[in-house]
Design a protein around this ligand. Structure first.
Ligand SMILES: [Zn+2]
Length: 311
């Protein structure tokens, strides 16, 4: 058994305006990084299309229809100043959601111990009724709801280490006491949410801001002192990860100073926790990361650690 990689070639058909940081080249860089000989053992599968019923786990019908209607036949369209769609965006987004759902199915069935979904557009900024921050649908929140409502799990935890606050995931799971959502993020930074005083309807949201300029020492301390104890206390049956790599020191959109080795360490710690708590069951999906070299190296480091746990 090895790590399962859900690939989404349709993500290459979701185009954004020239110069946009959330670009096709990101997924190409990830595919290239995971295409090398070190990753020959990955079990690669194509991410399936999600159904509308899957989107309805988190989004009202009107939001889904609005996104669908906004997809242009040619060229591009803007949903807001940051968030764009092209003719290929619908399939790209639905395969991203579908990949996360299929990854949950694969991990919960025991077919694989852990899985990574290499996809774009990302999802953690998409709120129930508002696409934003390059995101259309809440990939990881939908995966959590799928695990809870359809697989009957009682407790699912989500750790979001993207440099931006996962406002969408927070919005979608605010009232969901079967889900624990923990987000570390730079503050101040887009989207401006994520204050520690925002704790969810039942204390199920944990927001952990990091100061601009902070680096590996700070996140490692936060993980040891706060994130892991909160996870241990919650005792999830499945761990989901919103894996954004834009806290890297080379990233152009933020000001944290994490290194590739920091991403290895964080992944190692989270997977070790999952080994103790839930049979190693981890589903991770790509969120941000905008320096192509840093993104490629960090994804490679992340997936390498996941593969290590399956051997
Ligand atoms: Zn981000």
């Amino acid at each position: 058994m090895t790590t399962r990689l859900f690939a989404n070639p349709a993500g290459l058909e979701h185009t954004t305006p020239l110069g946009h940081p959330e670009q096709v080249a990101r997924l190409e860089a990830v595919e290239t990084a995971l295409g090398g000989p070190d990753f020959a053992a990955l079990h690669r599968v194509a991410a399936p299309m999600a159904e509308v019923a899957d989107l309805l786990l988190c989004h009202p019908r009107a939001h889904i229809d609005r996104i669908h209607r906004a997809i242009p036949i040619i060229g591009g369209a803007a949903l807001d100043a940051d968030t764009h769609v092209s003719p290929g965006s619908w399939e790209a987004a639905l395969r991203g959601v579908g990949g996360c759902i299929a990854a949950v199915d694969a991990v919960l069935s025991g077919a694989t111990r852990n899985a990574f979904v290499a996809t774009r557009p990302p999802g953690h900024h998409a709120e129930a009724e508002r696409p934003m921050g390059f995101c259309l649908f809440g990939n990881i929140a939908i995966a959590a709801k799928h695990a809870l409502d359809r697989h009957g799990l009682d407790r699912v935890a989500i750790v979001d280490f993207d440099v931006h606050h996962g406002n969408g995931t927070q919005d979608l799971l605010w009232n969901e006491d079967r889900a624990l959502f923990i987000s570390s993020h730079q503050m101040p930074l887009y989207p401006g949410t994520g204050a520690p005083t925002d704790r969810g309807a039942t204390g199920n949201v944990v927001n952990l801001p990091l100061a601009p300029g902070s680096g590996g020492a700070e996140i490692r301390q936060l993980l040891r002192d706060t994130i892991l104890p909160r996870l241990e206390a919650f005792a999830p049956e499945l761990l989901l990860i919103s894996a954004g790599f834009d806290a890297h020191e080379d990233d152009p959109l933020a000001n944290l100073m994490w290194t590739t080795e920091d991403f290895s360490w964080i992944t190692r710690e989270l997977c070790a926790f999952a080994d103790r708590a839930c049979g190693g069951r981890v589903v991770s999906t790509l969120e941000g990361g905008y320096d192509l070299n840093a993104l490629a190296a960090s994804v490679a480091a992340h997936v390498t650690e996941m593969m290590e746990r399956t051997g």
